[in-house]
Design a protein around this ligand. Structure first.
Ligand SMILES: CC(C)(COP(=O)(O)OP(=O)(O)OC[C@H]1O[C@@H](n2cnc3c(N)ncnc32)[C@H](O)[C@@H]1OP(=O)(O)O)[C@@H](O)C(=O)NCCC(=O)NCCS
Length: 176
């Protein structure tokens, strides 16, 4: 499960998450400006301790069974993880989440290219025909990105998740 996409900055590899990716997502969640994280909907008090977070993710990757279909696609650029697309599948829940970790890689047009391809890979592998993406209602950048991807805005919603609590969101439908 791997794809190479051409972008204005060079080739990016889309692939399942590996142990070596963990420091990059950890730095994104624990070293980013807290105001920025709250502005995109994270409830910082709900984030676990940094060491717990690291071991949880590392254990999840180590315990992935052979042949298990991943729920997370990492974008690798110049040898490092720069973004993840996560498919959240639960009872009655099919949502996706998307982040570009480094500030200076945002606003360069990578979002559309990575998100569309990563969602195709995940939805195809999990045989999901329809899912939702629910950015915080004032995350204009993500909303604009989803519009640029051609996904359908189906209006205001309340997104619930332990990491964010209840979030006033704008709901987008993604179909393949
Ligand atoms: C949101 C995010 C994924 C967007 O990806 P990106 O590659 O940076 O997207 P771009 O900035 O190139 O494109 C998004 C569009 O939003 C526009 N935009 C950027 N900042 C904006 C702002 N403050 N207000 C309005 N529009 C804005 C851009 O101009 C662009 O539209 P255009 O091409 O029509 O000009 C990325 O910025 C990111 O990872 N942010 C932090 C994580 C996040 O918010 N994730 C969503 C959680 S649900």
């Amino acid at each position: 499960m791997e794809r190479i996409i051409e972008t204005p900055l060079g080739n990016i590899i889309l692939r399942p998450q590996k142990l070596e990716d963990v420091p990059f997502v950890e730095a994104y969640l624990f070293d980013s400006d807290p105001e920025f994280l709250e502005s995109i909907g994270f409830k910082l008090s709900a984030l676990s301790d940094r060491n717990d977070f690291r071991s949880k993710i590392e254990n999840r990757i180590k315990n992935t069974a052979e042949g298990e279909i991943p729920v997370q696609i990492i974008a690798e650029f110049e040898g490092r993880a720069i973004s993840h697309t996560w498919l959240e599948i639960g009872e009655g829940v099919k949502n996706a989440h998307f982040h570009i970790y480094e500030e200076n890689l945002r606003g360069k047009g990578l979002g559309v290219l990575i998100l569309k391809s990563a969602l195709e890979m995940l939805m195809d592998a999990h045989k999901v025909q329809k899912l939702y993406i629910e950015p915080k209602a004032d995350n204009v950048r993500m909303i604009r990105l989803l519009e640029k991807c051609g996904f359908k805005n189906i209006g205001p919603s309340v997104y619930k998740n332990p990491q964010v609590g209840e979030l006033e969101a704008t709901k987008f439908e993604v179909c393949i």
